[in-house]
Write a protein that binds this ligand. Sequence first.
Ligand code: OOG
Ligand code: MG
Length: 263
Amino acid sequence: MMKTDTLEQIAYELYLAERDVYEVTKFVEQYPELTVETAYEIQAKLIELKCKHEQTTISGFKLGLTSKAKQQMMGVHEPSYGVLLANMALNVQQPISLKSLIHPKIEPEVAFVFKQDLIGPVVTVAQVLTATEYIAPAMEIIDSRYLNFNFTLPDVIADNSSSSRYIVGSQKYTVSEVDLVNMGCIFSQNDEIIATSTAGSVMGHPARAIAWMANKLIARGQHIRAGDVVLSGALTGSATMRSGDSFSVSFDGMEPLSVQVEL
Ligand code: OOG
Ligand code: MG
């Protein structure tokens, strides 16, 4: 068992690393006893700190490491989740500034926006789909606070699953308008295709990933609420962001979503 003080200390170190834009060494080296359960406790403390100091609120959740592409890239073979905060949301039109970020990467995701709470006791894929108000293309900017993006599953969970910013496209689609298994996805950087995938690359169906998380949340006394945005987890590997880059994600049957990084 790790002491509450130690969990608070780790949460504070992660908070400072993000606030003051520097990398820290992963914590499993210092605390080999760090478990997934304990890591979610640290994550909750980190979110509390951020809500308090940044005067923001929870806007939803994100999944991480839900596709083979991401698991292989990061060397972590189980999914994780994290919390999205209102101040992480970026405006579609607004160029992205890298100024306050450590070593940001960007990745294509599917956003689900909810119209109903998902309180369980057990959440099924069908319930996720019924509770969904709409789907939209999205991109997530991840910015691990760990040196060289190097972490284990408990480390990345403590660090709120590397979350940093997110952008949701303004066009909305109902779950029946899109094929959440076979829908193709093209991810481009500076008008060149860098990766392709399908929606089903996320655990066979992105709603399956969301159901998995919804059940974990309920077990920890939380739940997806009406109005929440949930990111599915990236469908392809992520791309390093450099100033002046443009990125776009184009899903079959949805308007493409493009972003521009400030020069
Ligand atoms: C962990 C977060 C993964 C995703 O979509 O797979 C993630 C990381 O790769 O740093 O957000
Ligand atoms: Mg992601």
